[in-house]
Design a protein. Structure first.
Length: 251
């Protein structure tokens, strides 16, 4: 009998039932009742003013501006009606997301979804007709064992009774990982990399779609997906992002 079977076979006492479930905080390693303790959330998960259409962090002085936009989006509007991000992709979230994404850290999923859920509530995000996780190629899905965007999307969809369609978007061309490329190379890397599942294309006509991804850096992947969805007839496309990479000049 292995250790896991042995622990399951032990009698459950009243004391064990009443004892709170505690584990070490994934950031500070102090004991907590959740994967990330309240003190670390207070320190590292503060909300920020963000661009309406690309979610880059903006100066606090724009807090009273209706639908604030960064200079880049004012010059060339992206194909998103709205982009909402919960966190900056920096310490400690960069390490935690790497663990969640590449090292089977699925126990962090609920806590990460909580962060996104809070951001969506604060931003008063419009309820979509369908939630679509950014797809992986079959090759990358086999390598990783799961799609981290779908792991987030399915939890959020269950929580809010949203329709989630992980098989509607297809990644039809294997691409280099965006993280390995310069910002200029990323748009070319994902061009014509996505398609709509042919039997489902009619489902998109006139629909309000929310794309969900774990990290946004240049926006190339989400912008390309938004173009594909609009070509298929989607009337409204927003992006929900767990973490947004800060601009190079941001601390």
């Amino acid at each position: 009998m292995d250790a896991r079977q042995s622990s399951l076979s032990k009698p459950v006492t009243a004391a064990r039932l009443l004892a709170p479930c505690r584990s070490q905080c994934a950031i500070c390693r102090h004991w907590a009742r959740q994967p990330i303790c309240a003190d670390c959330l207070q320190r590292y998960a503060q909300p920020a003013i963000r661009c309406w259409t690309c979610a880059t962090r903006l100066p606090p002085g724009l807090s009273s501006t209706t639908q604030p936009r960064c200079g880049r989006c004012l010059q060339q509007a992206p194909p998103l009606d709205r982009c909402i991000a919960a966190l900056d992709y920096g310490f400690p979230w960069d390490g935690l997301l790497q663990r969640f994404k590449f090292h089977q850290g699925l126990e962090l999923g609920a806590c990460l979804v909580d962060r996104l859920d809070e951001a969506l509530s604060s931003a008063q995000a419009a309820r979509p007709d369908c939630l679509l996780p950014v797809p992986l190629t079959p090759q990358r899905l086999c390598e990783r064992g799961y799609n981290q965007s779908y792991e987030l999307a399915r939890r959020l969809a269950r929580r809010h009774q949203l329709k989630c369609a992980p098989d509607l978007l297809l990644r039809v061309r294997h691409t280099e990982q965006q993280a390995r490329l310069s910002l200029q190379e990323r748009a070319a890397n994902v061009r014509r990399a996505f398609a709509i599942e042919p039997r489902r294309a009619k489902d998109l006509h006139g629909q309000h779609i929310a794309l969900l991804d774990d990290v946004m850096t240049s926006g190339a992947t989400l912008f390309e997906l938004a173009r594909v969805l609009r070509q298929a007839g989607a009337s409204h496309v927003q992006a929900w992002i767990l973490a947004r990479t800060p601009e190079p000049d941001q601390p």
